[in-house]
Design a binder for this molecule. Sequence first.
Ligand code: AHR
Length: 503
Amino acid sequence: HTARFTLDPAFAVSPVDPRLFGSFVEHLGRCVYTGVYEPGHPTADAAGLRGDVLDLVRELGVTVVRYPGGNFVSGYKWEDGVGPRERRPRRLDLAWRSTESNQFGLGEFMDFVRKIDAEPMLAVNLGTRGVAEAIELQEYANHPGGTELSDLRASHGDKDPYGVALWCLGNEMDGPWQTGHKTADEYGRLAAETARAMRQADPGVELVACGSSSQSMPTFAAWEGTVLGHAYDLVDHISLHAYYQEEDGDRDSFLASAVDTESFIENVVATCDHVGARLKSPKRITLSFDEWNVWYQSGGAPQLSDEGRGEDWSEAPRLLEDNYSVTDAVVFGSLLIALLRHADRVKVACLAQLVNVIAPIATEPGGAAWRQTTFHPFAQASKYGRGTVLDVRPEGPRHLTRRYGEVDLLHATAVRDEATGAVTVFAVNRHQTEPLPLEVTLHGLGLTEVTEHSVLADADPEARNTAAEPERVTPHQATGTTLAGGVLRATLEPLSWNVIRLG
Ligand code: AHR
């Protein structure tokens, strides 16, 4: 049973927005403290940023970083995190029942994104705060000078404005767990008026309205419709969040998680376009998939350390430190494929999160930093997934899953680098035990050779990288992949993530 598809440059989906390879730093657990920021760590620079983490983040290829939350932002006062560190207040973080020291704030974050050459994406607090505080933050961050808040920034050491272009209007405001949770009408009005004020200051800002916190929310789609009914002309993107985990030992369904991701994207697009049609608007809302990952939300997953989570209200406790397996990395790769396959409408995406908290990078306080299994698919997709997505319509073997019915065993996309003509095929074999033969017919692409076929798979699908064995899981090269007579032939190992580069 062979899986087949055809690639032709005449059938392109869309250029890939580099901002598809974003990530997310929230004040949550050890993402910031002892993750990104740890003064006194042997590799820390003068600003307290961990050098070993900076190196890994650069290798990961992150293009955008969303900050400072997440649920955290809905109770956050940005003013607490600027100015002399010794004067910054300690506060309760209601979202994660932690104590926030505010030793890391906007200035430190901007220093971090500059050092990794990424774009900042700031979320404003629309939970406990509103229009006034959002425009004050915008003035502090972006106004060149000559006003109280822009001069305050300069007095804090940053004379040049930060030039933040991309802003999230709150976070998951549909969720009852959110501090300051709102109905769709309440949020839609607030988002519209915050957007209007932010555009008065700078018509060029790019704004993301909160969509649903998952496709399974009871208000899904109605929420998006109502919010956009208020804010359609004032925002650019709507957000999507999705997390997946294996449930009840049903691994086949878990491996097919991207079926949900793709339907979620298509349903949000349909909802946006429905509002556009109602408004007779030629404008198209695009999608910011600004939280996605594998996350064992119901617990039970191996954690990076068994040291314990700390008491309520402790500082930087170990929270959500999922230790990812090979299986998790294959599902994760499939989620990347889903985003690329919809690059025509998904213009921003953020892997949640970056360090320690459901993250591709793990650290020990005072100790090492290392790559989780999920690091590898992300780094490869960011490196080779730039260019134009080609339409991939696979035909071939399917199997039955409990959650999604019949699904293709192959999940794939292909990206063409317009400058060199090189094409990279990203492919997942969802079968747990059977290899999957693949044949790709190449039309009009002028490709002559297989540059490499990298595979992430393992005889033990539960294998993980740990502090003791940080390189247990890494990609290896496949053998027997050929390109002859315009046909690529490969065999995809069972339960595998594949990167096949053609030149
Ligand atoms: O990424 C972890 C949390 O998941 C975020 O704080 C929140 O937005 C989402 O529910």
